[in-house]
Ligand binder design. Structure first.
Ligand SMILES: *Cc1c(COP(=O)(O)O)cnc(C)c1O
Length: 419
């Protein structure tokens, strides 16, 4: 017969050095006893510890990895009070949106801008505040699902607006919008949604923003990825070739969109946030809507975005981790592979990821190990933080483009321990 379980107290005592807070430890011990699994407590505790949020090394070559929090960004906080809603000049209550909003307005060449929690909430707020109980004309080629249940028709329904479908899956023309607006007398908005994570190829036709700017209703462009300016004016070199064709906030507004919406943590390279920029009156309506309060960001995010906006405005692109990794030269990557000095150097292709730029490959360099060591890398071999690598046909690939150079030593020690 199996042994009786030891007492919870005894077990908690003997495992007190586990690093888990006492209540979490006791809860797990009770669960293990209930499941007759108390002999595996050490493994169970280890599993809980690996589940805690922690820094990891992204060696996947996916620049904006959805499972790794998209754009890497150095959140910082002084742990002190900030003037989030205090106007230091007048001493009265101010708006948390004003300053950071105006920095983003400058960056997009817009009248105004506001910040919310992510691009999904930006779209939901814009629809709720400006088109509730009205029709929103959207091309049938743009009924996007971004993933994680963000589906355009569902978000529309949630906002109280209704969908007016325009054109066909592969071909939509300006006349299609005109006809849809004539047939549905209360269309209150035209929305262009960027096909962020898919492409329609072959017999296709689509309508550009500038052809839709005079339809008599607000034109909103959900560009999603958050490229600010197609000329990448913050870089000292030419824009990377792989960014060509990606819609940018500044150009979308210049060609006639009344509002643009985009994410903070995709190509913008910042913390999770959503930005709405464009016409001041429309932004003011969004700010007044009750949902605005429900989707407003906190001080940590706004401070982070302020720092990011200043990096862009000062053209300090090397301070933005996304742009730094995107623009690292092949020579530099090859040098780093040599310094790590383990495994075989190999040419790789990185991808932007994060549901942006489908089909785009960015030439890169990395390390190939001829066995699958991904599990050990993930569990922190050689005292390194977890390293997330790619496995193909039994080999492990570490793409150095997405690895912060400050982590190269960890990569080296993990690899030296494992091979
Ligand atoms: C990514 C994306 C969204 C959703 O953005 P989140 O910041 O993830 O909420 C919405 N629309 C488009 C076009 C996108 O690409």
């Amino acid at each position: 017969m199996d042994s009786y379980p030891p007492s919870v107290n005894e077990l908690a005592e003997s495992l007190s050095g586990s690093g888990l807070p006492h209540p979490v430890l006791v809860k797990e011990i009770r669960k293990a006893i209930n499941e007759g699994d108390w002999e595996n407590l050490e493994t169970r505790i280890q599993r809980i510890k690996t589940m805690s949020l922690q820094t990891v090394i992204n060696a996947t070559g996916v620049l904006l990895h959805t499972n790794l929090g998209r754009a890497p960004w150095p959140y910082s906080s002084a742990g002190q009070a900030i003037n989030l809603e205090l106007d230091l000049n007048s001493g009265v209550r101010g708006s948390r949106q004003d300053h950071v909003g105006s920095l983003f307005a400058t960056l997009c060449d817009a009248e105004a801008a506001m910040i919310v929690n992510n691009c999904s909430s930006a779209v939901l707020l814009v629809l709720s505040a400006l088109a509730s109980e009205k029709g929103v004309a959207i091309s049938r080629s743009e009924m996007v699902e971004i993933g994680g249940n963000f589906r355009v028709p569902d978000v529309l329904e949630l906002s109280g607006a209704y969908l007016v479908e325009v054109g066909t899956t592969n071909r939509t023309r300006r006349e299609d919008y005109e006809r849809a607006i004539l047939a549905n007398r209360d269309v209150g908005m035209v929305m262009k949604i960027h096909q962020s994570n898919y492409k329609i190829v072959g017999f296709t036709e689509s309508v550009e923003i500038d052809e839709l700017s005079d339809m008599g209703v607000p034109l909103v462009a959900d560009i999603g990825s958050g490229l600010l300016d197609e000329s990448c004016s913050w870089l000292e070199m030419a824009p990377p070739v792989w960014i060509a064709g990606e819609p940018a906030a500044k150009q979308a507004l210049a060609s006639g969109a009344d509002l643009v919406t985009f994410s903070g943590d995709k190509l913008l390279g910042g913390p999770q946030a959503g930005i709405i920029a464009g016409d001041a009156e429309l932004i003011a309506k969004c700010m007044k809507h009750p949902l605005a309060r429900a989707v407003r960001p906190g001080g940590l995010i706004l401070s982070s975005l302020q720092e990011l906006a200043l990096n862009y405005l000062n053209r300090d692109w090397e301070a933005i981790p996304f742009w730094k990794m995107a623009m690292t030269s092949i020579d530099e990557l090859e040098d780093r592979v040599k310094k790590i000095g383990c495994g075989d150097p190999v040419s790789l292709e990185s991808v932007p990821g994060g549901g942006t730029l489908p089909g785009v490959a960015i030439p890169s360099v990395g390390i190939q190990i001829n066995e699958d060591i991904s599990h050990d890398l993930r569990l922190g071999a050689g005292g390194s933080p977890p390293i997330i690598a790619r496995v193909e046909e039994g080999s492990t690939f570490l793409d150095l483009r997405t690895v912060d150079p400050r982590c190269d030593e960890h990569v080296a020690s993990a690899l030296h321990e494992l091979i």
